[in-house]
Ligand binder design. Sequence first.
Ligand code: CTP
Length: 416
Amino acid sequence: MPNGKSILLIVGGGIAAYKALELVRLARRKGIAVTPILTKAGAEFVTPLSLAGLAGAKVYDDLFSLTDEVEMGHIALSRSADLVVVVPATADLIAKMANGIANDMASVTLLATDKDIVIAPAMNVRMWHHPATQRNLETLRRDGVTIVGPATGAMACGEFGPGRLVEPPELLAAIEAKLISCVPKPMPGQALAGKHVLVTSGPTHEPIDPVRYIANRSSGKQGHAIAAAAAAAGARVTLISGPTSLADPAGVTTVHVTTARQMLAATEAALPADIAIFAAAVADWRVANAADEKLKKTAGSGSGAPALALTENPDILATVAHLKAGRPACVVGFAAETEHVIANATAKFRRKGCDLLVANDVSLTGSGIAGGVFGGDANAVHLVSASGVVSWPVMGKDEVAAKLIAHLAALDSGWA
Ligand code: CTP
């Protein structure tokens, strides 16, 4: 899966630095490109030549190198890979990261990058246990840095305990897992700044009588996560939500509705929008003549259960996607399918007139997600567009949301 992905590998100064060489070899065997950055201390333990040889790439070590800066500026370098990895992460590098110190190539890269960071600490057991190190690690965890290890065992210095670098195969597994889900972080408030994003989310409830209704198993988690991700990317967001148990996302204008017809009215009222994302599981039918009073069992009458006459609800997505005037530049639909997911989604993509259709397998078993997609926290989606189908691996609904928003922001020039 990570074939074609790339990492920036920062090699710190510690006895475990030699294991970084083995990591480079294993990563390249998996098709992961490696660009090494060697700290001054790291160069005391491994040579730039061995690192460059194994990586098959130039080694960056000097922040103020004119040649390097001409080839690729240090800021561009920090954004050039899919992931930044620090092996070994020494107490010194960890302290610099936690405090935002940027005084060499490695620390500048760590501060300037827009990519996720994985660190593999290695140090003496007492340095590891020191409150200052633990404080710094806590800061990094809060900052979203992934910390792999350390392992426990005998140290080069003769002591025993946590502080050993995890073995390269284990490290590579952690890197691969991260590469599968890595999402470029939009510059805070920038990627969709100035855009209006409209999102529908959750189920609709269609009344049968004052106490009963037709509904579906949608939780609204995916739609709400998309609204939150769009807000985090700087957009003005209107979320039109059917009945859910979720809190309104922060920084989003949330309009609460119950039925499909109310959702359509709220959607039309919220237009114009630059992007409209229809994640709601709208009930296709409503009861034609919902009763004003609670339906009673006519006991003993022998007439049996009442027959419910259903009538079709308006299709909100298709209505908006086919607008002659005021159509959002980018219309995204969702497809909830239980069989022939891609074939059905491709037909739905054409029928609905949207620019992108996000298809998910909502059958209990088909998605491969324990407990299914509805109500859960994970999703596995396929993106259907005029240029074909792209399948994303199983990931959290928050990650699907962030990735989808990053994808739409990247397409901006295509739809703006
Ligand atoms: N949708 C909508 N209004 C409806 C029904 C669906 O806006 N009345 C939108 C959903 O929000 C979703 C897309 O249409 O973005 C597809 O929904 P889905 O339930 O998968 O498809 P349906 O149109 O209901 O077709 P099917 O009966 O095949 O499921």
